[in-house]
Write a protein that binds this ligand. Structure first.
Ligand code: NAD
Length: 257
């Protein structure tokens, strides 16, 4: 177990990609602080089965005060913070003229600003411990655009930029910061888009999934949360110590086009 003795905080880890990442880090021996609005009891039970210490904090990642409390509680519970995975995220799909202003503000706050706050607050602890890994869950939408996703694409391009700056500011230390850029992953966030597509085309769920993939993802298959979790475990390993400021896509060929 390569991460024995490390403490990991994974934001938005009660479901989907975040839960798979938290699970994989616990399997590698890390103690984990969970966060998110989903069923945290079942997430905690799932991770505890790996024999690691697991805790939960319900901070709303759009609120800087609650984020500060989350970092403080992680450090007071586990004695430090070694791995930070900025994963919490939401989506809203609409043309820019109809895009609700409050949705824009929420997406920028949760998908981008929260990573600024967690990073600025966690870095002093990583510097003190002389080791750290920051992984930002961006998206293919951190590299390319798509219609009707103005806030999401802006936030994800923003987090790729933030990743590069943090990587440079930590470059002389054993602390790395990288982004991962998934294509479509079948989580609640994407299931909502599948349902919208099914309604718009008057087709069933399976046909809507195929239509969504066909449009963007040449493999025709969803990326699995466990595959992304494997990439995060690699980025946390010593083999990845010189991977710095990367935006690493795992997207079934989406951005190769
Ligand atoms: P998800 O909806 O399953 O998970 C999102 C998590 O964030 C949940 O735990 C949710 O409770 C939490 N969350 C939402 N708002 C929050 C808030 N204000 N405060 C705290 N937690 C909050 O979705 P997912 O697909 O697993 O998304 C995880 C990340 O992966 C997001 O950043 C998303 O943009 C990114 N991503 C997803 C896909 C995909 O296809 N699903 C592709 C690329 C990137």
């Amino acid at each position: 177990m390569s991460l024995q003795g490390k403490t990991a905080l994974v934001t938005g880890s009660t479901s989907g990609i975040g839960l798979a990442i938290a699970d994989a880090l616990a399997r590698q021996g890390a103690d984990v602080m969970l966060n998110g609005f989903g069923d945290h009891r079942s997430a905690q039970a799932q991770l505890a089965a790996h024999g690691r210490r697991v805790s939960y904090h319900g901070a709303d990642m759009s609120k800087p005060g609650e984020i500060a409390d989350l970092i403080e509680q992680t450090v007071s519970t586990f004695g430090g913070i070694d791995i930070l995975v900025n994963n919490a995220g939401i989506q809203h799909v609409a043309p820019i003229e109809e895009f609700p202003v409050e949705k824009w503000d929420a997406i920028i706050a949760i998908n981008l600003s929260s990573a600024f706050h967690t990073t600025r607050l966690a870095l002093p602890h990583m510097r003190a411990g002389r080791w750290g890994r920051i992984v930002n869950v961006a998206s293919v939408h951190g590299l390319v655009g798509s219609v009707q996703k103005s806030a999401y694409v802006a936030a994800k391009h923003g987090i790729v930029g933030l990743t590069k700056v943090v990587a440079l500011e930590t470059a002389d230390q054993p602390i790395t910061c990288n982004a991962i850029c998934p294509g479509f992953v079948l989580t609640p966030l994407v299931q909502e888009q599948v349902a919208m597509r099914a309604a718009a085309l008057s087709v069933d769920d399976e046909q809507a999934k195929r239509a969504l993939l066909q449009e963007k993802q040449p493999s025709g298959e969803f990326v699995a949360p466990e595959q992304l979790a494997g990439l995060v475990v690699f980025l946390c390993s010593e083999a990845a110590a010189q991977v710095r400021g990367a935006a690493w896509n795992m997207d079934g060929g989406w951005t190769a086009q």
